[in-house]
Write a protein that binds this ligand. Structure first.
Ligand SMILES: NC(=O)c1ccc[n+]([C@@H]2O[C@H](COP(=O)([O-])OP(=O)(O)OC[C@H]3O[C@@H](n4cnc5c(N)ncnc54)[C@H](OP(=O)(O)O)[C@@H]3O)[C@@H](O)[C@H]2O)c1
Length: 327
């Protein structure tokens, strides 16, 4: 009897705590439910914007392959004229023909630019090529990662410099080039392609992860600065997409570039600052966020060490073959 009394007193005293926990649990459930509904609505139900209303032209960097080319095709399909910017002229001409063969009446221009050396002269050249065009959309897509995961000190100075130029300078200076025109017309959308690698601690891809984190923060702040002036800035965050850069084949969680871009264009022009257009990437990110950071970092370190081992082996073989040739 006495123990029953103790139990009842305990429950009575713990009442407010249990009540508090139940209320907290309900709040978490409501918040999760609202987030899920919002994600489903925005990914599948909300209609895409009429992109031609933003301006006649879309500029895409790194536009001859992968996600950039897929975006060029998707935006041409929406009736936008396209400026392709990339480093290989022959590939630019091929993509230009492909777009014009597929979409009647779409104008396509191209600019040759090597973003691994995007200095003042290169910036001026791009700026001059874009003069007089009513640019409604800029897709800052060009970017590069490591050849394979490595410790930061193992990279060459040239690799370190090119990675900063390709991922950060390209985005910052292309934005400076198109933004004034967009502000004059009070409309425009800037899409910056970041990476899932910006979301977590990513040992052995430190500089890439850091550069893509810059893209996220830069985009968020610009969106807050300019969306009230009619210009949105959105950071789109892919996980793996089946491209040359990723060296991955298509699978359930690895979309083709066309599948990614088809979902990506649905978000253009909305003031959502950070988005994962491919919905399974959003789900993957959510699951990973539930795990402790230390677990993620250790898991990624182990995975990257294994890939690095294969990369080093491949490099050693290339060096050996080159030596044998010179003998
Ligand atoms: N694929 C993924 O899984 C993944 C995941 C997360 C984030 N991302 C990001 O998505 C973006 C696009 O990646 P992707 O996988 O589509 O790459 P990709 O298939 O390798 O295509 C790269 C494009 O950029 C161009 N390019 C390469 N180096 C250049 C340079 N120095 N100057 C000018 N253009 C250059 C290439 O042109 P050329 O044909 O002339 O080489 C090509 O058009 C990158 O910012 C990347 O970080 C990709």
């Amino acid at each position: 009897m006495e123990s029953l009394n103790v139990w009842i007193t305990g429950v009575y005293e713990a009442g407010p705590v249990i009540g508090g926990l139940a209320a907290l649990g309900s709040l978490v459930a409501i918040s999760l439910g609202a987030q899920t509904l919002s994600f489903v609505y925005k990914s599948f139900i909300r209609p895409g914007k009429d992109l031609k209303k933003l301006g006649k032209w879309a500029v895409i960097t790194g536009a001859t392959d992968g996600i950039g080319k897929a975006y060029a095709m998707a935006l041409a399909k929406k009736g936008m004229n396209i400026v392709l910017v990339s480093r290989t002229e022959a590939k630019l001409m091929d993509v230009k023909s492909e777009i014009q063969g597929k979409y009647n009446g779409i104008e396509v221009q191209h600019v040759v630019c090597d973003y691994s050396n995007f200095d003042k002269a290169a910036q001026d050249k791009v700026q001059k090529s874009l003069e007089g065009l009513e640019i409604g959309i800029l897709i800052n897509n060009v970017g590069v990662s490591y050849r394979y995961p490595q410790f930061f000190h193992e990279l060459t100075d040239d690799e370190v410099r090119a990675l900063l130029m390709m991922n950060i300078d390209s985005t910052v200076w292309m934005t400076r080039i198109v933004l004034p025109g967009m502000l004059d017309r009070k409309k425009g959308a800037i899409i910056n392609i970041s990476s899932g690698s910006a979301l977590y601690t990513l040992p052995l891809l430190a500089e890439y992860s850091g550069a893509k984190s810059f893209i996220e923060k830069f985009s968020r702040a610009l969106n807050a600065e300019y969306s009230a002036k009619g210009v949105t800035c959105q950071c789109q965050v892919p996980f793996y997409v089946a491209t040359k850069l990723a060296k991955m084949r298509k699978s359930l969680t690895v979309p083709t570039p066309s599948e990614f871009a088809a979902m990506g264009v649905r978000w253009i022009g909305y003031a959502d600052a950070l988005v994962q257009p491919f919905w399974l990437h959003g789900l993957q990110a959510w699951v990973m966020f539930q795990l402790p950071e230390v677990v993620i970092a250790k898991g990624i370190m182990a995975m990257h060490l294994a890939i690095r081992k294969k990369g080093l082996k491949k490099d050693a073989k290339i060096a050996e073959d080159a030596m044998n040739k010179t003998k």
